[in-house]
Design a protein around this ligand. Structure first.
Ligand code: 2M8
Length: 473
């Protein structure tokens, strides 16, 4: 079957058919999932592949992103996974979120990794022995990292409840609400390093887009030598091609920043005076604002007051516009707080504030121009998948992780933003392109932004979860 025939068989309207989505034979032939099937032939097969992938990655009370590369629980992965689970296994969607929030610290932070104590030492690097959360007052009994990730969980909880608004869901929502509020309070009270109403991330891992070119300028100032990595064994490069992953110099810097934060007991008190990486990220802050919008709706369901959430949401959007919107380029850019300058690399992070329902029309229009430009190529009929970095940049790398490849969670967020702001034809193009990627290559972690070939883990949970959500829409 040709790629086009596959795509039409997913019940997508013929007029949404992209002209050149055509995935090459090698992408279509990529073995797709843990069970070892090829790309599925129709919407039913695609759904089954996605459900099988999620089932195979389910681990007693949570879903691992990947059995090989990421065998523990990750924070924003669990939120995306819950969105997909809500379509097929709603009970698991709530368990997924509940298990993550059981590891919430006393200060409200939701750790970016919750380690499974049953796994052997060395199952992931850097493991619990590097983070040493047990030494820190206020950390939970289970070992965790000390970092956070974009707070997309309130949105996930809201979408899961909307999908199955039954008494079980309402009870789960009631239990989660105070924890979601505490998560936001931690970010607002402890991480507003510049005092400007935005959250500052203290490590590239907190962005979720670990080695994005968005962090290159700030990372260049972090003192570290690639040679220190000879003292460690990287787990990722044993399971994925090193050319598709961050470099050893990236990892040396990641570890140096972890050590700096850990050696101050993960305290946020004096970050401004010496922490080596302090950046305001557009995606993280868009998620922070979108969480307040979602909490306003959740508050109405659970009998709490939506007013304060709406007021906070408005303040976050205003701060994003004031601090991270670049009038010269018409897109959002990260701000490095150590230099107080906007970063110049044009990454897909800049488009993600579209998920804010109260983004003003002028900035929405500018972001749509950016999305449609040759840099990102969003169209009603997309030629190629949405890249994570400006595909016209000289340092665009189509194979290396967050430096070019296409990821479903990012496409899902941008599509959501396009729908919110009245661009259904662009949203349809993006949806079609994302479904085409999974139809062609399986539930891969990321995809080649030109050919659609599958990269990274071949059985990746948020890809499976979000394709279920896209198919249901
Ligand atoms: C990746 O990040 C981890 C570190 O947190 C890694 O590279 O080992 C990122 O893609 C991140 O966004 C994701 O949450 C995590 C697990 O899927 O993997």
């Amino acid at each position: 079957m040709t790629a086009d025939a596959r795509l039409t068989s997913f019940g997508l309207p013929a007029d949404a058919e992209p002209s050149g989505v055509g995935l090459p034979a090698d992408a279509r032939a990529t073995r797709a999932d843990a069970a070892g099937t090829g790309g599925p032939a129709d919407a039913g097969g695609l759904r089954r592949l996605a459900v099988d992938t999620l089932d195979a990655n389910w681990e007693h009370d949570h879903t691992v992103p990947s059995r090989t590369l990421y065998p523990h629980q990750w924070s924003w992965d669990s939120a995306f996974i819950a969105i997909g689970l809500a379509q097929v296994r709603p009970d698991r969607a709530w368990r997924e979120l509940a298990s993550l929030f059981r590891a919430q610290w006393a200060d409200g932070r939701v750790p970016h990794i919750v380690f499974n104590p049953a796994l052997r030492v060395g199952a992931y690097f850097p493991g619990p022995e590097m983070w040493r959360s047990a030494d820190v007052p206020g950390a939970p009994a289970v070992a965790t990292s000390g970092l956070v990730q974009p707070p997309v969980h309130a949105l996930a909880a809201l979408l899961a409840y909307r999908r199955a608004p039954d008494p079980t869901g309402l009870a789960a929502l009631r239990r989660l609400y105070p924890a979601l509020v505490a998560q936001q309070r931690y970010l607002a009270d402890r991480r507003d390093v510049a005092g400007d109403g935005l959250v500052c991330i203290v490590h590239p891992w907190e962005s979720g887009l670990d080695n994005s070119p968005a962090w290159d300028e700030s990372m260049a100032a972090v003192p570290a030598e690639a040679a220190v990595m000879s003292a460690y064994r990287r787990h990722d490069t044993a399971h994925a091609d090193a050319a598709h992953r961050p470099t050893d110099l990236d990892y040396a810097r990641y570890l140096a920043i972890v050590a700096a934060y850990r050696d101050h007991d993960y305290s946020d008190r004096d970050l401004a005076t010496g922490h080596p990486f302090l950046v305001e990220c557009p995606l993280f802050n868009a998620a922070f604002g979108a969480a307040e919008h979602a909490l306003a709706e959740i508050a109405a369901f659970v009998g709490a007051d939506p007013g304060p959430h709406r007021a906070r949401a408005a303040r976050i959007t205003e701060a994003l516009l004031r601090r991270l919107y670049d009038r010269d380029t018409g897109t959002f850019q990260p701000r490095d707080l150590r230099t107080d300058r906007l970063v110049s690399a044009r990454t897909v992070l800049g488009l993600t504030p579209l998920i804010l329902p109260d983004l003003p029309p002028r900035e929405v229009d500018a972001l749509v121009v950016e999305a449609r430009s040759a840099r990102f190529g969003v169209a009603g009929r997309m030629d190629r998948p949405l890249p994570t970095y400006d595909r016209t940049a000289p340092d665009f790398e189509p194979l290396r992780y967050w430096r070019g490849p296409s990821w479903l969670n990012i496409g899902w967020l941008v599509r959501r933003g396009l729908l919110l702001h009245g661009h259904p034809e662009l949203a349809a193009g993006l949806r079609h392109s994302m479904i085409g990627l999974v139809a062609g290559a399986g539930c891969h972690e990321y995809f080649h932004p030109d050919t659609g070939a599958g990269l990274g883990s071949p059985a990746f949970s948020w890809t499976a979860a979000l394709v279920l959500d896209l198919l249901a829409d």
